[in-house]
Write a protein that binds this ligand. Structure first.
Ligand SMILES: Cc1ncc(COP(=O)(O)O)c(C=O)c1O
Length: 389
């Protein structure tokens, strides 16, 4: 067969390791702690709101940049949660998941030769996003302890070609919740080099031990140069609904809405109506969400430590990077394959979060957005691992 005539961009992609692990998980009937999707139900009142919207025949295209009701609810939520005053008419775009939002932001901002700063390890979509947008990524390492960046290394990544920085906060895969001090450093550099910050705040409500979530856009001088991306997937346990949000100043929003229109037209109309209900949920919903995730974090992390993994309990998001050295493992991919095929637990090899693959070879990522019984089943299976002294 003739090889397909793929574009240079498409031929640079490889199969998503995370989704590939989910396929392996199904094949080997493994407990899936790879892909970050909850296995517990979405809130009943939210599902009812979606059913009501379909019954009410909200079944045709919504306004391309998002239903008015949803944009208004997002603005209300941003006011109390992020401390941002946002005009729903001119500063919000609703997309098909935050995944589309990130691509729209980069497609709208990048010209050939522009550089985008990414922290490394990074959420695996960011690199393909850069390829699609034609950006050259420049990496700033996040390292334990604390999985944070060195301020000098961050400063050294900025130059005349830097167009944007992508910051995932709370961070997938490391669980870092960047401190105000870290965010101030990012803000100062963005202002000095005239750079746009694109923040992925999809885990904005999943923060532990009483830490606050600070939106970069709320820092002095940043409102006009920050694109705040989030969505419903993680906060409301509806990863399949595909509702993402972008908050940005009017001039950027104008461009984003056009690109978004040509990419996808719009997100599912009835689910946007349900979204308007979701963003107005009482505040104790969010407190319980964080508390429940904290209990899941503690359940999995304490067991992993007992079994012999090395880790720092994450401060936010619902993943933990676990060091595998104690088991004599030197290759994360081989180790992950062993876990899924022999022990029946799917994880993500650490190297898939790095461009410099060797930096991730000593760890795997577990996710814990799962019911207690799912986590317990995985833990029981992992107890068969032997520590090599
Ligand atoms: C950091 C990060 N951003 C974005 C996404 C995808 O979000 P959405 O479902 O809104 O496209 C994920 C999903 O795992 C994620 O971890």
């Amino acid at each position: 067969m003739q090889p397909p005539l793929l574009s240079h961009k498409a031929s640079r992609f490889t199969e998503s390791v995370i989704r590939g692990m989910s396929v392996e998980a199904a094949k080997y009937q493994a407990v899936n702690l790879a892909q970050g999707m909850p296995d517990f139900p979405a809130p009943a009142e939210l599902k009812a709101a979606a059913c009501r919207a379909i019954e009410a025949d909200i079944n045709q295209y919504a306004v391309t940049w998002g239903a008015k009701s949803l944009r208004e609810a997002i603005a209300e939520h941003a006011s109390w949660h992020l401390g941002l005053t946002v005009d729903p008419e001119t500063e919000i775009t609703v997309t098909c998941g935050s995944t589309e939002a990130m691509l729209v932001a980069l497609l709208s901002l990048i010209n050939p030769g522009d550089e985008v700063i990414l922290t490394q390890p990074f959420y695996e979509n960011y690199w393909p996003d850069c390829v699609l947008a034609g950006a050259t990524p420049r990496f700033v390492p996040l390292r334990p302890p604390g999985w944070t960046f060195d301020h000098n290394e961050l400063a050294a990544a900025f130059n005349d070609r830097t167009k944007a920085i992508v910051l995932c906060n709370p961070n997938n895969p490391t669980g870092t919740v960047f401190t105000r001090d870290d965010l101030q450093a990012v803000a100062a550099l963005c202002q000095r080099w005239d750079v746009t910050a694109i923040t992925d705040e999809i885990y904005e409500h999943i923060v532990y031990d009483g830490r606050p979530h600070v939106a970069l856009a709320s820092l002095e001088g940043m409102r006009d140069r920050t694109v705040t991306i989030s969505g419903m997937s993680k906060t409301y346990a509806v990863t399949g609904w595909r509702i993402g949000t972008m908050i940005a100043p009017m001039n950027l929003t104008h461009a984003f809405r056009q690109v978004h229109d040509y990419v996808s037209i719009g997100a599912a109309a009835p689910l946007q109506e349900a979204g308007a209900f979701a963003y107005r949920m009482p505040r104790d919903y969010y407190a319980k969400l964080a508390a429940d995730y904290q209990a899941r974090r503690d359940r999995l992390c304490s067991a992993l430590l007992q079994i012999g993994f090395g880790l720092e309990p994450p401060h936010g998001a619902y993943y933990v990077m676990a060091d595998i050295s104690a088991f004599g493992a030197t290759d994360d991919v081989v180790f992950s394959q062993y876990l899924v095929r022999e022990l029946g637990v799917a994880t993500v090899p650490g190297s898939s979060f790095f461009r410099d693959k060797e930096l991730g070879q000593q760890c795997v990522r577990f996710c814990f957005c799962k019911r207690d019984e799912t986590l317990d089943k995985a833990i029981e299976r992992l107890r068969k691992l032997k520590v090599v002294v």
